[in-house]
Design a protein around this ligand. Structure first.
Ligand code: BES
Ligand code: MN
Ligand code: ZN
Length: 516
């Protein structure tokens, strides 16, 4: 879908040529002298419609309006929540046959970053359809959406960011939705490699042999029960000088989680194809970075493999040695996410990251704790926690900070290894975070448990592409902060201004390579 930002007064909106005009009308709307205001007045006067959030009045060939179809859409208080509710309810109007170009007019709302993000996200959502293994699924005709605001210049950066974020989010959604036999570790690696066609992105995929040489005993242990070869994907985006410490993102890429020998129950097991949504969100972030080219360095690390029961699979009680040297007693083979992540967190140390953030569909317990509204967020530094919270608020991709008290680690004690991979049932999302924390030392680190937010159950079953918006916003905020901290003279020009000059930093961020 193509997005465009347009300066539109109400008079301008009435004159805009398109197949569908969606006009958001908050309670605060004051009618002036223009065709749209008259329509609103008449409809309200007859009691045919109200400005309550989500109320719709579809009109056809209305007087004085250039668009064939008009949708008056109540926006209630004009809050982010009301706008989201209204626009998600308007999806079927946007998807209707004959609607190729729609104008969504936000001009009657008060400008805010969250409103823009929510609007662009809802519209992109309406335009997305999963077709890979369902080719007859009906694709909406809509190809272009113009977003109308009063002040185009004031909104243009925000708009570009929101559009790039949805491009990344759609990529994450698509990979999340693909069944495990259409999204194997090898296919995920291929998707990562395809991102190098964009400026400033590199990709290296490490094989099982490389991973063995690195001593990643925990990651290898999970993969050993599968016929699909593991892939360790390493992406980098170089938007700043390579002396600037990168933000390292680590995404859990279990392309299918059966539980292994600690087999999961049959009911709902299909949903474990979503167990690579952390990895998919990293791919999505890189897609957005490719489009925005911010002045920041980012490394994306994805341990990708299946968790299968097999003659060669790990057994409960097996003890493995992680890359950090710490030994782990695998008491439950279904707690595999933390096993693949812990080795990659150790690997991340070599980048001396400015911040290390892992993203994982890690625990059912997090779904119980926070449901599908907010992702669980753990952080060992205050500043990082605040940055993630605020990035979530801005993009309305919310998270909630969870505790990391050492007392929560009690249950990880083992008689046969440095630690077990599970504690009791209580506080399961927290004990998983405490396990991961043992592999990050004193680095600034955060962990996002997205088990509840990465996909929806029920009739709307499917990946959400979260937390791509939160992560991209976090990176944009970090790059803006780095720019203000540095004296102007030494700051490298933003990558964007070098575009096409052949001067882009193509060298990968320095990291010791695996010896062959
Ligand atoms: N991928 C699951 C987490 C999960 C479960 C996400 C349900 C979404 C819905 C993870 O690998 C897992 O199986 N975790 C176990 C941990 C337990 C064995 C300590 C869980 O949450 O049950
Ligand atoms: Mn599991
Ligand atoms: Zn899992």
């Amino acid at each position: 879908m193509n997005f465009e930002l347009k300066a539109l007064s109400l008079t301008g909106a009435a004159a805009a040529k398109c197949d569908l005009l969606v006009l958001l009308v908050p309670e605060s709307f004051e009618a002036v002298q223009d065709p749209l205001s008259s329509l609103v007045d008449v409809a309200l006067g007859h009691g045919d419609w109200s400005k309550a959030a989500g109320k719709q009045l579809p009109l056809y060939k209305a007087d004085g309006v250039a668009a064939r179809r008009v949708l008056l859409l109540g926006a209630g208080s004009g809050s982010v929540r009301d706008v989201r509710m209204a626009l998600s309810g308007a999806a079927s109007a946007l998807k209707a046959d004959g609607v190729k170009h729609a104008v969504v007019c936000l001009s009657a709302l008060v400008d805010s970053a969250s409103i823009m993000h929510v609007a662009v996200q809802c519209i992109a959502d309406a335009g997305y359809a999963y077709t890979l293994t369902k080719p007859q699924a009906k694709l909406a005709a809509i190809a272009k959406v113009s977003i109308g605001v009063i002040d185009k210049r004031a909104n243009s950066t925000l708009f570009e960011q929101a559009v790039a974020i949805t491009a990344g989010q759609s990529l994450a959604k698509e990979w999340g939705n693909r069944p495990a036999n259409h999204a194997t570790p090898t296919m995920l690696a291929q998707a990562a490699k395809e991102l190098v066609k964009h400026d400033n992105i590199q990709c290296k995929v490490h094989s099982a042999k490389d991973v063995a040489k690195l001593g990643m005993g925990a990651f290898l242990a999970v993969a050993q029960g599968s016929r699909e070869p593991l892939q360790f994907i390493e992406l980098s985006y170089t938007g700043a000088t390579n002396t600037q410490a990168p933000v390292v993102l680590v995404g859990k890429g279990i392309t299918f989680d059966t539980g292994g020998i600690s087999l999961k129950p049959a009911a709902g097991m299909d949903e474990m194809k979503f167990d690579m949504c952390g990895a998919a969100s990293v791919l999505g972030v890189f897609r957005a970075l490719a489009q925005l080219q911010p002045a920041i360095n980012v490394v994306g690390l994805i341990p990708a493999c299946e968790n299968m029961p097999d003659g060669a699979a790990i057994k409960p009680g097996d003890v493995v040695t992680s890359m950090s040297g710490q030994t782990i007693e695998i008491l439950n083979t279904d707690a595999e996410g933390r096993l693949v992540l812990c080795d990659v967190l150790t690997y991340a140390e070599r980048f001396k990251p400015a911040a290390l953030v892992d993203i994982a569909t890690l625990t059912g317990a997090c779904v119980i704790a926070l449901g599908g509204v907010r992702s669980g967020m753990y952080a060992n530094t205050e500043a990082l926690a605040q940055s993630l919270l605020s990035a979530g608020e801005k993009t309305q991709d919310l998270c909630w900070r969870m505790p990391l008290d050492d007392d929560y680690a009690e249950g990880l004690k083992s008689n046969f290894a440095d630690m077990g991979n599970v504690a009791g049932r209580a506080g399961g999302s927290i004990t998983a975070a405490k396990f991961l924390q043992r592999f990050v030392g004193n680095q600034a680190w955060a962990h996002l448990d997205i088990a509840g937010t990465a996909w929806r159950e029920g009739a709307a079953k499917g990946a959400t592409g979260r937390p791509v918006p939160l992560l991209v916003q976090f990176l944009l905020d970090e790059s803006a902060q780095a720019a203000t901290k540095k004296p102007k003279k030494t700051a490298k020009p933003a990558a964007k201004s070098l575009k096409g000059s052949g001067l882009q930093a193509k060298a990968p961020i320095k990291a010791p390579q695996v010896e062959e």
